[in-house]
Design a protein around this ligand. Structure first.
Ligand code: DX5
Ligand code: ZN
Length: 225
């Protein structure tokens, strides 16, 4: 029963040459990326700073068709909903840890015309995010501590993915952090279908082949489920 789940690869441009954000992003899309995963950090929720809606808006002005997901590693996710919608974002994925009004934030995201993704850090139990599955479009299980690209994949997070997949066969489940050819197997087996990959794709000599390998691995697991 392979249903409607789709294997999708969303490269993270965090560790690319950000002075060439447009070129790097277009190259990823030309090489088969299904969507772009844009890491927004506020220096507060995570100890790092990246970019915000003005940059996303500029990128959108040059790249019309692609699906943009912003991964909001910020303390006040509610604050950036309208600016990100205005910048042309398709999916607004935010962390539930710093807030208590998750349902309301999801509702506002959808009212702004975007999909809502809910994310948890490695230390947050899966039951905390399970509460919001009925109001969200996707769940992101982080496989590193958010804040930096190039970290080591945390395999112990796969229990969360497995639990969600067993209980929610059609849920879009994304993994993010340390995912590449060496770790895609366990992500796929656990049941993730949306795959964020930064360093492994950006640093690959053959981006198209790497993206295809990631997608094929997930697709094969979906067929078996
Ligand atoms: C980490 C970010 C990730 C990261 C992925 O805080 O959310 O999206 O950039 O990069 P890799 O694949 O290098 O871990
Ligand atoms: Zn991310």
């Amino acid at each position: 029963m392979s249903r409607n789940l789709k294997a999708m690869i969303g490269p993270s441009i965090l560790n690319s040459d950000l002075s060439r954000l447009y070129e790097e992003s277009q190259k990823l899309l030309d090489n088969g990326a299904d969507y772009l995963h844009l890491d927004v950090m506020d220096g507060h929720f995570v100890p790092n700073l990246t970019f915000g809606h003005p940059i996303v808006k500029c990128l959108r002005s040059k790249i019309k068709g692609a699906f943009f997901e912003t991964h909001m590693m910020v303390s006040k996710p509610e604050q950036w909903i309208v600016p990100m919608a205005d910048a042309g974002v398709n999916q607004y994925t935010f962390h539930i840890e710093p807030i208590t009004n998750v349902e309301e934030v999801c509702r506002k995201i959808k009212e702004s015309g975007m999909k809502a993704g809910v994310a948890i850090k490695p230390g947050t139990p899966v039951t905390e995010v399970e509460k919001y599955i009925n109001v969200a479009d996707m769940v992101l299980i982080m496989t590193v501590e958010p804040g930096f690209g190039g970290q080591k994949f945390m395999e112990n997070q796969m229990a969360k993915v497995k639990y969600l997949r067993e209980n929610y066969p059609l849920l879009d489940i994304e993994v993010d952090g340390g995912v590449g050819p060496a770790t895609i197997g366990c992500c796929a087996t656990a049941g993730a279908n949306m795959i964020v990959s930064g360093t492994a794709v950006i640093g690959s000599q053959d981006q198209a082949a790497t993206i295809k390998l990631l997608r094929d691995t997930v697709q094969q697991s979906i067929k078996k489920q």
